[in-house]
Design a binder for this molecule. Structure first.
Ligand SMILES: [Zn+2]
Length: 122
């Protein structure tokens, strides 16, 4: 992958991250639970970089697909920063460019994805 392609993925990821943050915040506000309302105001009073650390203290990420997506997007952006973007996070195989263009937050090659899926089922 060349630098321009990485840049394109980076801007795609950032755009999606912005909208997912916004949707997640609205979801929390609409949920009408005390803890989600509390979390929403905590998040509004902090920088987006602190969101993940704050949110995991209040919610179970498994129950909030948007929050899971937010974590995936941040992980992918972090991989760009450290030069690991485009590689499987488990076996470091190069990821397929076409697959990445479908989902730039993709973290694993098909083999490791399958392994992880099986692990989660057990
Ligand atoms: Zn892999």
């Amino acid at each position: 992958m060349n630098a321009n392609q990485t840049k394109d993925f980076q801007s795609k990821l950032k755009i999606e991250l912005d909208s997912v943050r916004c949707e997640f915040l609205n979801e929390l506000k609409d949920a009408q639970h005390e803890f989600t309302g509390e979390l929403a105001s905590m998040l509004e009073n902090s920088t987006p970089g602190e969101w993940i650390d704050l949110a995991v203290t209040k919610i179970n990420p498994n129950q909030f697909p948007r929050f899971q997506r937010l974590m995936e997007l941040e992980a992918a952006l972090c991989q760009i920063d450290i030069g690991q973007f485009g590689y499987c996070c488990d076996c470091e195989t190069k990821l397929d460019l076409l697959e990445l263009s479908k989902d730039p937050a993709k973290q694993r090659c098909p083999v490791c994805e399958e392994k992880k899926r099986k692990k989660l089922q057990n």
